[in-house]
Design a protein around this ligand. Structure first.
Ligand code: PXP
Length: 249
């Protein structure tokens, strides 16, 4: 295999906006979090504009793009509305995620197999505008092959099940899920897809994922924002970065 690339860290700042929106206040400001993440060495900022705007809102996307000089990874559902917004902003990257993800966590990510034609159609203009298109999927052979067929450049493997199993102390099942992630990262790489991973990662769970040689980017949010209550955001990111770098040695 070609030399192992440095592992990038995308910091997801959605949950700063969750706290802000809980009170309908102007703070805490996700843009400020994005700037701190950039200063702490994040390689990108990830923000998910949900259809119900429960955390990030449209103006946040505008402000974040203006404020940062690292790439924005714009997470979005495969809807016409979101496509329009992405085409208007031309973010460095878009990551297509399930529309009703909370109902599908057990299944993992997007069902590309089921929606292959629609998704192929959907991502073409985004690619044409220069955004790098990533598809958030479970570590599943058929989903990866379908993502490759529709012309995605990247697959982001859903690590949520692996993280849940870790905290449920289902260690045998966790190992099985890790093996699946490892095999599927290798498959995706062999098909020419760039491999990312994310969801639910913490200090305790990040190392085995960061060790997967084909994975070049992790996107981490909820844990980092939660941890920043205790250590500050910069410290939380630096510690995660350190664990990722150590895993890569
Ligand atoms: N990757 C994708 C595609 C996601 O949707 C999310 C959550 O928004 C993450 C990574 C980050 O997950 P977490 O917030 O659990 O770290």
């Amino acid at each position: 295999m070609e030399s192992i690339k440095k592992l990038r860290l995308g910091v997801n700042i959605d949950h700063v906006a969750t706290v802000r929106n809980a009170r309908g206040s102007a703070y805490p400001d996700p843009v400020r979090a994005a700037i701190i993440a950039q200063e702490a060495g994040a390689d990108g900022i990830t923000a998910h504009l949900r259809e119900d705007r429960r955390h990030i809102v449209d103006q946040d996307i505008v402000s974040i793009i203006k404020a940062i000089n690292i790439p924005l990874n714009f997470e979005m559902a495969a809807t016409e509305e979101m496509q329009k917004i992405a085409l208007a902003h031309e973010p460095y990257a878009v990551c297509i995620v399930p529309e009703k993800r909370e109902e599908r966590t057990t299944e993992g990510g997007l069902d590309v197999v089921k929606e292959e034609k629609k998704l192929a159609h959907f991502i073409t203009p985004l690619r044409d505008k220069g955004s790098r298109v990533s598809i958030f999927i479970a570590a599943d052979e058929n989903q990866i092959k379908a993502a490759s067929r529709i012309g995605a450049q990247v697959v982001e493997l859903h690590t949520g099940a692996y993280c849940d199993l870790h905290y449920e102390k289902s260690f045998e099942e966790k190992e099985a899920e890790l093996t699946r992630l490892k095999d599927m990262a290798a498959l995706a790489h062999s098909l020419g897809l760039e491999v990312h991973a994310g969801h639910g990662l913490t200090y305790e769970t990040v190392t085995p994922i960061a060790e997967l040689p084909e994975v070049v980017e992790l996107n981490i949010g909820h844990f980092l924002i939660g941890e920043s209550i205790f250590s500050g955001l910069k410290e939380a990111i630096l510690k995660m970065r350190e664990l990722m770098d150590k895993a890569r040695l």
